[in-house]
Structure formats: C-alpha cells, structure tokens
Design a protein around this ligand. Sequence first.
Ligand code: PMP
Length: 383
Amino acid sequence: WRPTCECNTCYIGSDCSVLLSNCSADVDSGDPLFLEPYWMQHAAKGAVVLSGWHRMSYSTTDHFKSLELENHIRLLHAAVGNAITDGKYLVFGTGSTQLINALVYALSPENTSSPASVVATVPYYPMYKEQTELFNGRDYEWEGATAKWRNSNKTNFVEFVTSPNNPDCLLCDSVLGGSSVIYDHAYYWPHFTAIPEPADGDAMIFTVSKLSGHAGSRFGWAFIKDENVYNKVSNYLQYNSMGASRDTQSRIFNYVKVILAEIGSNADIFEFGFNKLRKRWQRLQALVNSSSRFSLQQLSPQYCTYFKKIRDPSPAYAWLKCENEEDADCAEVLMKGGIISRGGTKFGSSTQYTRLSLLKTDDNFEMLLQKFKPLVASSDENT
Ligand code: PMP
C-alpha cells in the first residue's frame, strides 16, 4: 500500500492504479530513467559519500582529470569490447554535449577563408546543428545534410556520425570521403545495440548519461587520436569550464567501478538494460504492427560480441512514421492522442516522422502504450 500523495502525478487511488485521463504520455526527451531501478536494486554499491574537504581543489591527479577514472574508463571499453582506446588521448567534458563543439572547433582550420562545413546524415541528432549555429565560429559553419554534398567537389567537412543513430538507432558510418569525422557513440553500449566490433574512430564521443543513466551528473568523454586535435580540445575545455566537475568525476568513478565489477554477473547493467529495452521494443512493435496506420524503423537481430550471441534489437528510440496522407504531421497526430513526442523536422527529416523515447520510467512507457492503443484501434475502424 502506498498513500495517494506518493503516486506518480498521472495516477490516483489507494494503490496508484487509476490513470488520470487528461495526463499525456511524455516520450519527448531521452532521459535515461529506465536504469533507475538498477541503481535502486544496488543502492549500497551506488552510494557515494563525499566529505566536505574532498575534491575542493582545482587540481586532480592529472591537471583537470582523475587518472583513476581515466584508467577505469579504458578498462570498461576493453571489457565491453566497444572501442579501441590504445594510442588515443582522453578528454572529459561536462556531458558529451560540451565535447560536440569542442571537437568541431578543434577539427576546423584556423584563420582560413574557407571554413569547415559541419554536416550530418538525416535524420540527425539536433544538437549538432543547434550548437554549430549558436557558437557561430569563424572557422566552421553548419551546412546541413550530407545528402546535399555527396556528389560535390567540396572538401573540408566535419561530419558527425552517430552510431547507433539518434533517432533511428541504426549503426552508421561516414558517407563523405575525406572528411574529418566525429563519431558520436553515446548509444554504442550493449543495452541499446549489438556490438559487432570495437569502434576505432579518430575522434569518438561517449557519455555516462546513456551508460549508467546518470544524465544529471553531466559527464562525457572523448577519445582523440591526433595530438594537435587533442591539444586544441584541451585548450577549449580549459577556457570554457576548466574541466569537468571533480565531484562528478568522483561519483562516476564509483559507477564505472561497479559496472566493471558486475560484468557477467547477475547484476550486469548491460543485461538489465538490454532486457528492459528489448521488452519495451517488442511490446511497442506488436502494437504498431497491428495496424497499417504507423510503421517503425526496421531493426534486425544481430551478433553481439559482448553477449556472444545473436541478440534482438533493444533501441533507445522508436522512429515512428505515420503512413496515411491525412496524418501528415505525425507528432501532431500523437499529440491529439495524448502522446508528446519529438517531431521529425527537428532531426532534419519530415513531419511524417516522429521520435518516441523508450528510455524513461516504466510508468512512462506503460502510459505510452495506453495512449497508443486507441490510435491504432481508431485506424482499424477507418479501414
Ligand atoms: N549525443 C547523442 C547522440 C545524444 O543522444 C545525447 C543525449 N541525448 C548526447 C550526445 C548528449 O549527452 P550528454 O550531454 O548528456 O552527455
């Protein structure tokens, strides 16, 4: 029994089982709260206590970086098999969000009459465009979709490759030959995708937000092959924020240590995350496939070197398409049905598409299914 006042805002009743009909299913953001129950189940291991006199200084073991954390991040990648880190420099950022522009800046030529063209393949994560336009640097400019440049003679690109991609969760590679590539591997962990081989890009971004779920800690990292690029990124971080929070580094060190120690055990976070997201995907897919009004991105089972077997898809997002002409604005169709999603135009795509986050709480996902059911049923009545 739980008192009514502790119910999720959308539920009432003595056991919180009555869903308020005017409550929307908010599946807009990629808030990774699907991992909250994991840390509740491992409450003692996840707890971090910092004394008042700890981490007061600007300095850490390696200037602004905890070397212990650096070593554990490298060990984690080796254990998961998702990245080759030998011979690459490591930088820490205030979320991987900070590293996006740091790398654009570092990979662009200085004092040139032809600035670098920053591009990504549609549908792309909106932050690349938003940040590039916001910072409006002299040495780079947002030039939109790679499709526009495929047959041009233009060079000097900085290409974002998000693999698996946000929003459609497909594994991707660079499409413009000869460009500098920033690989965003935020979702290249076994919760979200098969790991066919370790990633080995010259500039690779990762984030704890999607690894452990601690998005609020604001911590990301990047591996960088080239020393000059690394020096430029380090300068950027020094002048921009003087490095990632030392408190955060302490907290993240603990989580990486727990995650590493539990690999292969029955408290393996990747197993937990994979099982949860696979089930969510299967349930949503069954519902979507029950009518012809909507469709989802096509994902197939694939061999995973981490689980050492062929595994089902377990994507972070559903990239939903409205198939009917009268449903021209898919996000709007869902909104009318009480589902808040992220419309396709944000990703450089069309209003026919919208993104549903599968990363939030169980309550949130159940609400999504509840609100989705009538949308599917009403389409059957029309056909
Ligand atoms: N890259 C991608 C592809 C993302 O989806 C996100 C978060 N939604 C980020 C980067 C940023 O993550 P953070 O700043 O929380 O590390």
